[in-house]
Design a protein around this ligand. Structure first.
Ligand SMILES: [Zn+2]
Length: 403
């Protein structure tokens, strides 16, 4: 059965910040969570892209926390509790209070959505298809295949100028004639009892949410990401204290990076680019040096184990790392009679790497070795008959392999 609850949260003239008295009209749970129904409430139920209110309820010495507010399809409003209320609360008048911190955050974020949507409309003629507001992220979806950085910057600047101008925000409940005369940015999604939000000198839109009383309360609006979704562009942004928290976090990261790289923050990008170039050049140098070293080592090994007519020569050797091991295996097996087994030093995961390869005349199957002897020794990996590689326990000595 639906409970009617007077939605005081829709009355912009009533003060939602004060504790209010209300009668408990029901104790029906919401999705197996304990909840209360009231005769009247200032708790806003989740809807219109805005999260439900939290707060507290008190009866005598007993107190419960309202963790969320929801409304079902029948219009029954649920004040969801951290812990079930005693059955004798039914019919009693208790004191309730909305969590102001959470509500202000929601109002700032939601009013910020209005303002940023109005700014994209004003500066680029773009319509907002929908909006989402969560505990961590705020976003609007613009009807456009893409929006360039310049357009985003222009809209953000416009929105922040409106914040600084502190335009009053008003709620209207117009009759059909008044509604027809209002310059609505978009048509209402519902019919009858249309509620219209006016941002003075900026925007008229139908909306049933909760809002700040002036744009100055929204605080700085800051776009953090753009995401293309089918034919829409999702703009993620912060406002108010969320902007401050985001910028504080960025500041801490930049400070840490500038300390690590021993340069000032404005020089960070150049410094990182320099280090990348330097590291690329060093990797190339290292690659050349390793090839040189492997070539020298392969020559030495070939000399100590010369080819013998009609025989396969096994060369078992250790190498510093996988790059060197691959190079050495290639160079060793350039001689047709050689089977090379090159094991590296132990890596971070506690295993050594091993490269097994054969020359063009050698009778050996490198891939099959992993399935046979390798497997019995705890090696994992595989490949072709000519060349295979994988991991092998550190305790396995390369000198005893394939004997
Ligand atoms: Zn709204």
């Amino acid at each position: 059965m639906a409970h009617f609850c007077e939605p005081c949260y829709l009355d912009p003239t009533a003060d939602w910040r004060q504790p209010f008295e209300t009668r408990v009209a029901g104790l029906e749970p919401f999705a197996d969570r304990p909840a209360l129904q009231f005769d009247r409430t200032f708790f806003y139920p989740e809807g219109g892209g805005q999260l439900g209110d939290a707060g507290t309820v008190r009866f005598g010495a007993e107190e419960r926390t309202v963790v969320d507010t929801q409304i079902d399809d029948n219009g029954t409003l649920y004040h969801i509790l951290n812990e079930a209320a005693p059955a004798d609360w039914l019919g009693q008048t208790l004191s309730a209070q909305v969590n102001a911190e959470h509500r202000r955050d929601m109002m700032r974020a939601h009013s910020g959505q209005h303002l940023l949507s109005a700014a994209f409309h004003h500066t680029a003629g773009l319509e907002t298809k929908s909006a989402r507001l969560g505990k961590r992220t705020i976003s609007i979806d613009l009807e456009a295949p893409d929006v360039n950085e310049k357009s985003i910057a222009a809209a953000v600047e416009q929105a922040n100028r409106w914040v600084l101008a502190n335009h009053p925000i008003r709620v209207h409940n117009p009759d059909p004639d008044q509604l027809a005369a209002m310059p609505l940015r978009r048509p209402p999604k519902v019919t009858g009892n249309i509620r219209v939000l006016e941002i003075d000198s900026v925007d008229f839109t139908p909306c049933g949410g909760t809002h700040c009383s002036a744009t100055g309360e929204i605080g700085a609006i800051h776009v953090v990401a753009k995401e293309k979704i089918k034919k829409l562009v999702r703009i993620h942004f912060h406002c108010g204290l969320r902007t401050l928290a985001h910028l504080d976090q960025r500041e801490a990261i930049l400070t840490a990076a500038s300390n690590h790289l021993q340069c000032a923050v404005p020089e960070l990008a150049d410094q990182v680019q320099r280090l990348q170039q330097e590291s690329r050049a060093l990797r190339q140098e290292l690659g050349k040096a390793r090839t040189e070293a492997a070539r020298y080592e392969a020559e030495q090994l070939h000399q100590t184990q010369p080819a013998r007519e009609g025989e396969t020569t096994f060369i078992r050797v250790e190498s510093a790392d996988i790059d060197s091991a691959r190079k050495l295996a290639d160079l060793l097996t350039a001689r047709p009679d050689v089977v090379a087994m090159v094991k590296t030093k132990v890596a971070d995961d506690g295993f050594c790497r091993i490269v097994v390869a054969r020359g063009s005349q050698a009778e050996f199957d490198a891939g099959a070795w992993f399935r046979g002897e390798g497997k019995s020794l705890g090696a994992r990996g595989g490949g072709r008959p000519q060349k295979a590689e994988g991991k092998i326990p550190e305790t396995v000595a390369v000198d005893n392999l394939a004997k």
